[in-house]
Design a protein around this ligand. Sequence first.
Ligand SMILES: [Zn+2]
Length: 158
Amino acid sequence: MTRRSLLQWLFAAGWPSYAVAADGGGPKIEPLVLADAEWKKRLTNEQYQVLRKHGTERAGTSPLNAEKRRGRYLCAGCDLPLFGAEMKFESGTGWPSFFAFYPGALGTSTDFKLIYPRTEYHCARCEGHHGHVFNDGPAPTGKRYCNNGVALKFEASA
Ligand SMILES: [Zn+2]
């Protein structure tokens, strides 16, 4: 099998074509790669469905929607800090929403699950799916990172 046909096969098989975003050139992040069975052990079923299967939690179900304290939001899969509380805003969507993320913490790819293409984003360390990014966010970035709350862990700062 040539490299080209392998890529075509992977694409046809629904393999996400990760075009990892070089946003800001943050710190070098060591990838965390685990077998599927390991992820099943580490994560709750809800976390697994979102992070490893690109699922979406029901809107309005995450306690993090109402989280207003100072602190950081970590990837529930690998504890990488993704967002700071100062990047969070109330979007009214029922999902925790952010207008920015820590440099290098996220990668993006295009998904075609709905008819129109959307930009999904994932943790740069474990490639766990977190949500989708839209261009209707507030200043200064104009971005809205619409995140599944179950894929995050909140760590309050003192
Ligand atoms: Zn992660």
